[in-house]
Structure formats: structure tokens, C-alpha cells
Design a protein around this ligand. Structure first.
Ligand code: NAD
Ligand code: DAU
Length: 351
């Protein structure tokens, strides 16, 4: 094996798809998946590759600087793809500190460890920071987020991600740490934790539970199938220019209420229910505090420079996602026990 690559957050939603892609596509790389296994981390996402000869799992918390330093000394990583984060906006409103610790301090610990390990020779090294379009704030009805759009984060989650992005660029500028950074729009697909809109609503439709739409439901997101995000990460890691930022998006904007109605329609058909039956579950509830109105990505830079474009249409991706959840009830049962139950009660009772 000619390279050792650290992937953080590889037991989570997007991370597990990135780990699988790298383990399968690059047998010549040793892939180390580092994850603290928080409520969002689930090794059941990776059972198909867990015995691959080029795969290693390390349970570690990125806020533990001493442990992170030891792992960098032990494995002498050539590259880092950093996805580990607290990722759910609603949880950041309930408990911002966990986001500041993991997203800001955790990223700083990884940057310090990489800088120390690579200080004498940075050739061929790369720190890839995976970030979000939410750092740009909220759009009105017109326009798109470009790589040059000024940062204007509005939630504790997006502020913590913005802080981590600034740190990565500052280490690039100050210490010449080789880095690339991407800001991506909303992902959906298999293994998505059912606290986020699409998997939560699929689960609630199956169980005939209310579908809690925040505010007037006219908030807009740009949806991308998770495997297309993983493909983009592969391309940027291997071909992206050092020190550059690339926006990644689905060219696929939906108002929440239109998306929820489409989901209800598709699920009625798949579940053999009468047309319109699941839409009756739609319940408007109190808005998310500080809710960003619209996100939309201009992904032309990655398209022109690296030739990346989404390969899966929304129609196709949504159908595959629904099928995956309906075929993986056991996965759902396992993740919806424990911590998630408590969170669901706090978040949705009395609203
Ligand atoms: P997720 O919440 O599903 O997974 C996060 C993973 O990080 C989990 O496996 C968790 O155990 C791990 N983790 C959390 N805290 C940790 C810590 N202190 N130490 C080690 N591991 C820890 O998140 P996701 O949706 O897969 O997002 C992954 C990354 O992509 C995040 O950085 C997120 O900001 C970014 N992102 C997500 C989206 C999206 O739509 N989900 C879009 C753009 C960018
Ligand atoms: O844009 C990228 C971001 O997308 C990522 O950085 C985040 O990690 C990821 O969680 C996601 O953030 P959002 O806040 O956009 O995703 P969420 O699925 O929580 O919400 C999508 C939209 O649906 C948003 O407008 C809020 C709304 N919503 C969400 C939930 C959970 C509801 O109306 N009801 C709900 O119950």
C-alpha cells in the first residue's frame, strides 16, 4: 500500500459513503476511518467493507488532542479527509457547545497534528476539509452561492463550520499546510440519520406519524444524492488545486413543502396507499429559530475544472432512497433507539 489516508467521521452518513468509495476504488491505499461513534456514527453503515485488507477503524474523539497526535505518529498519514462534525442544525440550537468543541477545536487538533507530522516535507500531502454551503448564510429569491460569496453564518452549526473553514485557510496561509476545501449543499440518500428532513419524513410516513413542517414550508434547499458528493470528494482530493475551494451542489432546488408532497406521493404508490393519504400527515409547526430561507449552489467551478456533475437525477435518487429505507428496517430500528428517542421528544413535543 503506497499511501495511508485518514478519513474522519467515516461512520456517519456522508463519511461512510466516502470510506466505501475509497476502500473499493483504491486497494493501494490504507484507509483509516477515525470516528468517535457519537449518536450519529454507526458501524452498521460499513459492514460490507469492514473486513477489507486496506481498511482500519479507530475509535477516537477529535477533541482529544493527545489521542489524535498519537494516531498521526503511529500511522504517518499522507492525506486527511475531514468529515467528523456535529452536523444537525436543530441540535446546535439546543446545545451549541458540542458543535464548538467538535467542529472548531476538533478541526484545530487535526490541523495541528498534520502540521507537526508534515512540517519537514509537505510534498504529496493534503488536508481536505469537508464543509457546508450554510457558511454563506441565507439567499433571497434570486442568486447563488459562489466560492467568492462572503461568509455570513446564521446558526451555531454554520458558525462553527465557518470557524473551522477559516482555520484551515489560515493554516494554509501561515504554515503552508497543503489543503483543499469544499462547501456542499444538502445531501440525501441511504444511511442518512432520521433526524434530517428526508429520512425523518420517510420514517414518519411509514409509521403514519405527523410530518412536522417548520414555518410556512417555503424554505428552499438544493439537494444532492450522497454518492455524487462522495464522487466529488474523490475528484477534489485527487485533482483539486492546492489551496482552492470548490462549491458542490445538486443543481436541484426544492421548496420543503413541494419536496414533502412529492415524497408523500411516491410513498403512497410504494406502500399501496390511496393517493393523498400520506399528505394528510403534513402538520405545520413552529419555525426553526433563525431559519435560513434559501440555499442554492453555483457548482460551475468544479464542473469546469474537474468535470464533476451529479450523475443521479432527483427522481432516481429519491426512489432509491425510499427503497433503501423500506428494505432496511433493522438499520432504522437500531438507530432510532436510545439517544434519538430523547432528542425527538425534546424537539417535537409542545411545538
Ligand atoms: P453525520 O452527523 O451523519 O456524521 C458525523 C460523523 O462524525 C459521525 O459518524 C460521528 O460519530 C462523527 N463525529 C462527531 N463528533 C466527533 C468527534 N468529536 N470525534 C470523532 N468523530 C466525531 O454527518 P454528515 O451529514 O455525514 O456530515 C459529514 C460532514 O459533511 C460534516 O462535516 C458536515 O458539516 C458536512 N456536510 C454535510 C452535509 C449534509 O447535507 N449532511 C452537507 C454539506 C456538508
Ligand atoms: O446545506 C447543507 C446542510 O444541510 C448541512 O451542512 C447540514 O449538516 C445538514 O443537516 C443540512 O442542514 P439543513 O438544516 O438544511 O437540513 P435539515 O434536513 O435539518 O432541514 C432541511 C429543511 O427542512 C430545513 O429548511 C428545515 C426543514 N425541516 C427540517 C426538519 C428536520 C422541517 O421543516 N421539519 C423538520 O422536522
Amino acid at each position: 500500500m503506497n499511501k495511508t489516508i485518514l478519513i474522519t467521521g467515516g461512520a456517519g452518513f456522508i463519511g461512510s459513503h466516502v470510506v466505501r468509495l475509497f476502500v473499493n476504488s483504491y486497494p493501494e491505499y490504507r484507509i483509516v476511518n477515525l470516528d468517535a461513534l457519537t449518536y450519529a456514527g454507526n458501524l452498521e453503515n460499513l459492514t460490507d467493507i469492514q473486513d477489507a485488507p486496506n481498511y482500519i477503524f479507530e475509535k477516537a474523539d477529535i477533541t482529544d488532542a493527545a489521542h489524535i497526535t498519537r494516531l498521526f505518529e503511529q500511522y504517518k498519514f499522507d492525506g486527511v479527509i475531514h468529515l467528523a462534525a456535529e452536523s444537525h442544525v436543530d441540535r446546535s440550537i439546543i446545545d451549541p457547545n458540542a458543535f464548538i468543541m467538535t467542529n472548531v477545536m476538533g478541526t484545530a487538533n487535526l490541523l495541528n497534528a498534520a502540521r507537526t507530522l508534515w512540517k519537514d516535507n509537505m510534498d504529496g500531502k493534503r488536508f481536505y476539509h469537508v464543509s457546508t454551503d450554510e457558511v454563506y448564510g441565507s439567499l433571497g429569491e434570486e442568486g447563488f452561492f459562489l466560492e467568492t460569496t462572503p461568509y455570513d453564518p446564521q446558526s451555531p452549526y454554520s458558525a462553527s463550520k465557518a470557524a473551522s473553514d477559516h482555520l484551515v485557510r489560515a493554516y494554509g496561509n501561515t504554515y503552508h499546510l497543503p489543503f483543499v476545501l469544499t462547501n456542499c449543499s444538502n445531501n440525501y440518500g441511504p444511511n442518512h440519520f432520521p433526524e434530517k428532513l428526508i429520512p425523518l419524513f420517510i420514517n414518519n410516513i411509514v409509521n403514519k406519524k405527523p410530518l412536522p413542517v417548520y414555518g410556512d414550508g417555503k424554505y428552499t434547499r438544493d439537494w444532492l444524492y450522497v454518492i455524487d458528493h462522495a464522487r466529488a470528494i474523490d475528484m477534489v482530493f485527487h485533482k483539486g488545486r492546492n489551496g482552492e475551494t470548490y462549491n458542490i451542489g445538486g443543481f436541484n432546488e426544492w421548496q420543503n413543502i413541494a419536496l414533502v408532497k412529492l415524497l408523500c406521493e411516491k410513498m403512497d404508490a410504494k406502500l399501496g396507499r390511496n393517493p393523498g393519504e400520506s399528505a394528510e400527515l403534513i402538520t405545520y409547526i413552529k419555525d426553526r429559530p433563525g431559519h435560513d430561507r434559501r440555499y442554492a449552489i453555483d457548482a460551475n467551478k468544479i464542473n469546469k475544472e474537474l468535470g464533476w456533475y451529479p450523475s443521479v437525477t432527483f427522481e432516481e435518487g429519491l426512489s432509491k432512497t425510499i427503497d433503501w429505507y423500506m428494505d432496511n428496517q433493522e438499520w432504522l430500528d437500531h438507530v432510532t433507539s436510545g439517544d434519538y428517542k430523547k432528542y425527538y421528544e425534546t424537539q417535537y413535543t409542545h411545538r
